[in-house]
Write a protein that binds this ligand. Structure first.
Ligand code: THG
Length: 267
């Protein structure tokens, strides 16, 4: 089954930015509960760029969220010290978001993740920047899996993010990505999970929800299984459940939406 990562607790959203500034935990906790009820397996926690002290803000957000829910938290920052701040206070299950793929970065993040018994998102970005083609993404993914073997890191706790770019930035990227997912899924048994920021795709477009549903369906067919996504978009979540039943992940009945939802929420 898909493991949706709820995107909404992110300082890029104005209401979260204000909540961080005013230290209003109720806003974080409302989104933690609502996204969990909607079927999020993980809650992304990202302080954004506005917070003055990002480490303090991360600690506060993690504490606020875990006071409300037992849902696993996805500690999201490009900065190692901000990730570490979140890890120090996190009592829930952890997904670290994220490490880059150069060996120096992975040699820091893989032991760190093991120390916290955490799963780890690895971006297919190295010193040469964000890859724009299939082969570079696939070869960086292979390097990530090689490093995981070296560190004796459980591949089923690796989430590879091959970087989904906006449709209005380079329209050819989306179909390339499905090829990338298929190739990564063949690299090991069990395969790693595959993550992307799904809403990246529709950023700054009209028809965001429709574009997100369409790319989600196509991507799930190719192996995407853990998108950072808008789990509060009910049609998007229903699309995910529908894709799972089409792929024979659970038995069809006329109440498959209800059945799928309860599989996601565990009740
Ligand atoms: N990969 C990984 N983690 C990620 C991303 C990724 N975390 C952050 C981000 N990208 C995924 N989360 C979002 C959250 C919201 C949006 C996009 C990605 C978004 N926001 C709207 C917009 O910008 O148009 C609305 C913002 C607003 O209302 O202010 O689309 O790629 N591993």
């Amino acid at each position: 089954m898909i493991e949706p990562i709820g995107e909404r607790i992110n300082g890029m959203f104005k209401d979260i930015r204000i909540a961080i500034k005013e230290r209003d935990a109720s806003v974080i906790q409302d989104y933690a509960r609502k996204q969990t009820e909607a079927g999020a397996k993980f809650l992304d926690i990202n302080v954004g760029t506005a917070a003055e002290d990002q480490c303090a803000a991360m600690k506060w957000m993690v504490e606020a969220a875990q006071d409300a829910v037992k849902t696993a938290l996805c500690i999201d920052s490009q900065k190692l010290e901000v990730v570490k701040a979140g890890l120090e206070v996190c009592k829930n299950e952890i997904l670290i978001n994220s490490s880059k793929a150069d060996p120096e970065a992975l040699d820091v993040y893989m032991p760190l993740a093991k120390q916290y018994n955490a799963s780890l998102i690895c971006l297919t970005i190295n010193k040469d920047g964000v890859p724009q083609d299939i082969d570079t993404r696939v070869s960086i993914a292979a390097e990530i899996l090689g490093k995981a073997l070296e560190h004796d890191f459980d591949i089923s706790k690796i989430y590879i993010d091959p970087i989904l770019l906006p449709i209005n930035c380079d329209q050819k990227q989306a179909t390339m990505m499905t090829e990338v997912y298929q190739q990564i899924k063949l690299m090991s048994d069990p395969p790693p999970h595959i993550t992307v920021g799904l809403s990246n795709f529709s950023q700054g477009t009209s028809e965001k929800s429709l574009l997100n549903r369409t790319i989600l369906t196509m991507s799930m067919a190719a192996g995407l299984d853990a998108p950072v996504m808008d789990v509060l978009d009910e049609e998007l979540m229903n699309t995910a459940i529908s894709a799972e039943v089409v792929m024979n992940s659970f038995i069809y009945s006329d109440s498959f939406l209800k059945a799928g939802k309860s599989m996601l929420t565990g009740n």
